[in-house]
Design a protein around this ligand. Structure first.
Ligand code: MEV
Length: 314
């Protein structure tokens, strides 16, 4: 039997991370690098997940991966024992949705396997999101769902917990330099630290959430109007608010500054922060423009010891 395959993209959050956990809107987009999974019938007669050459058995060991695998499998109750091999090309904890991409890729491969073996008649997008969501909750405790939605949908969309994704009709493609601080942080602990701050200081929550909501709504308009300068300014303001809730770091601030000095229209951390990745908006309207605009940003980061790459949002 040929293996069943599933794939998913990585993601960047353009604006609104953290606040989205508390019910406000955010904008996310899929990026090309992501994750892949293959499923075959289990030769050993019991399900196993093989990730980076290491075997994980559902429920046996007490690692989050085993628990996440068990939670995902539980959403396919009639699936026969399977051997799943998965790989992510995204840095774990790097802010680009590595665990969500893995969850969606594994859920898609399992769903394809389930339908091809007759243990399910059809599997729809909502079931894939439910399976990936069960996986993601083990790692992130209280995820908003934006990461798994981006991994499954790609494109660029406005998202709220209550309403899910509404695709944005971009005036034209958007090019970003995506930088990595080279360090990672646990999304779960970053989300918990913001929740604790909002509990301790409700006045910070009451200032931050409406301000981020306004930035996100304006950014959606800027994206649809093709107003890159306006969008860049909104990214910078969002970064200030994220620093105000203590999810930025010295590396992230330094990389944002380097990017702006090298001509980026705006820059901010993306994802949970505490390390991880940032995005810098390039003044570009074509692939050629983008390569030209990205070069000084990537060079400035490289000279300071950081990695980066070009990404297109379409
Ligand atoms: C992580 O990529 C985004 C956060 O807003 C968490 C979430 O929405 O689940 C920090």
């Amino acid at each position: 039997m040929t293996p069943a395959r599933g794939a998913a993209c990585g993601k960047v959050i353009l604006l609104g991370e953290h606040a989205v956990v508390h019910g406000t809107p955010a904008i996310a987009a899929g990026i090309e690098r992501g994750a892949e999974a293959t499923v075959i019938p289990a030769p050993e007669g019991r399900s196993s997940l093989h990730l980076a050459g290491i075997e994980h058995l559902p429920g046996e060991a007490k690692t989050p991966l085993c628990h996440a695998f068990a939670a995902l499998l539980a959403t396919f109750p009639d699936l026969p024992p399977v051997r799943i091999t998965a790989e992510s090309r995204l840095l774990p904890g790097g802010g680009l949705g590595s665990s969500a991409a893995l969850g969606v890729a594994i859920a898609r491969a399992a769903a394809t396997f389930a339908t091809s073996t007759g243990s399910a008649t059809s599997v729809d997008a909502a079931q894939i999101l439910a399976a990936a969501g069960a996986w993601e909750r083990v790692f992130h405790g209280n995820p908003s769902g934006i990461d798994t939605t981006a991994a499954a949908l790609g494109g660029c969309f406005l998202y709220t917990r209550a309403e899910g994704a509404s695709p944005l009709a971009l005036r034209h493609d958007v090019w970003l330099a995506v930088g990595s601080t080279g360090t990672s942080a646990s999304t779960k602990s970053m989300v918990e630290s913001v929740a604790r701050l909002f509990e301790r200081k409700p006045e910070v929550r009451d200032h931050t959430l409406p301000a981020i909501t306004a930035l996100v709504r304006n950014a959606a308009l800027a994206l649809e109007a093709g107003d890159l300068k306006g969008l860049g300014h909104l990214l910078d303001l969002n970064q200030m608010l994220l620093a105000g809730i203590f999810v930025s770091t010295e590396d992230l601030e330094r990389m944002c500054l380097l990017a702006r000095e090298a001509g980026a229209l705006g820059a901010k951390l993306t994802g949970a922060g505490g390390g991880g990745s940032l995005i810098a908006l390039l003044d570009a309207r074509s692939d050629d423009d983008a390569a030209r605009a990205a070069a000084p940003v990537l060079a400035a980061w490289r000279a300071a010891g950081y990695d980066g790459q070009l990404a297109r949002i379409s």
